[in-house]
Design a protein around this ligand. Structure first.
Ligand SMILES: O=C(O)CCC(=O)C(=O)O
Ligand SMILES: [Fe+2]
Length: 251
């Protein structure tokens, strides 16, 4: 039997703490939940900020984005989008907040985390009050990728929740100091959850590659007019609402 019949995708996919505070829960969403999310992404795109590829310092990203709660572009959060005809983000629905809380709790409520226990207990308490006020929907065509970056425009150190739907992606989980080694590449398949918080909240991360043709056929991509590609739903607590309430400048 040829060795090439076996690849790492044949290995069991287990819940794992990839790095301290970075938890991967494969298959966290079932098919019905994925179908629901694909349908919601269509509605967000029709009713809210139209999917677009932001210009980052004059260079267009290959990913298409829409968002709820806040608009993100050029390393800044705003409430209106002049370049898109003044479109404003739709509010973050309650079901997304509940999904985020469940994700943080499921990720950190497990034994033997490398991340010290007291920190973990604190994070489980956070999970109950986790209130993402921003949801980003990224769409990756098979050629799209995302360079190594930190999510650091937020004024909160609450964890980031990330869900994958469609084609499998290679997700690069790095370190908090540089865009380079050390990093770990992992496969994120449709339905997978990654939560990164605590000591890895500000890690560099990116998506170097989409594995074409790996999306399940029963999650509604076809009825959304898509034959391929990957959606990523990222939830964030920007911490900006609290600043605005206190009358402080947002920048
Ligand atoms: O697509 C992903 O898995 C990561 C997306 C991401 O890092 C971001 O939107 O900031
Ligand atoms: Fe990110």
């Amino acid at each position: 039997m040829s060795d090439s019949l076996f690849t790492d995708s044949d290995l069991p996919r287990q819940a794992r703490e990839i790095l301290p505070g970075v938890i991967h829960l494969p298959g966290w969403l079932d098919v019905t939940q994925q179908l629901f999310l694909v349908r919601q992404f269509q509605l967000f795109a029709q009713r809210g900020i139209p999917p677009h590829s932001p210009d980052i310092f004059g260079k267009k990203m290959s990913v298409q984005m829409t968002s709820l709660g806040w608009h993100w572009s050029n390393y800044e959060y705003t409430q209106s989008v002049p370049e898109l005809g003044g479109a404003a983000p739709l509010p973050v629905p309650d079901w997304i907040v509940r999904l985020g809380r469940r994700a943080v709790e499921d990720a950190y409520a497990r034994p033997n985390l490398q991340w010290p226990v007291e920190e973990t207990e604190r994070t489980i308490r956070w999970a109950r009050s986790y209130t993402p006020d921003m949801a980003l929907v990224n769409y990756y065509s098979p050629q799209a990728s995302m360079g190594m970056h930190q999510d650091k425009e937020e004024r909160s150190s609450a964890p980031i929740v990330s869900l994958s739907i469609g084609d499998t992606a290679i997700f690069r989980a790095g370190n908090t100091e540089t865009k380079n080694h050390p990093y770990i590449d992992l496969r994120l398949a449709s339905g997978d959850l990654v939560v990164f918080g605590g000591p890895s909240r500000f890690m560099y991360h990116g998506v170097p590659k989409i594995l074409v043709g790996t999306a399940p056929t029963d999650i509604g991509l076809h009825s959304a007019g898509l034959t391929e590609g990957r959606f990523n739903l990222t939830l964030r607590d920007t911490g900006l609402a609290a600043l605005a309430t206190a009358g402080l400048p947002l920048k």
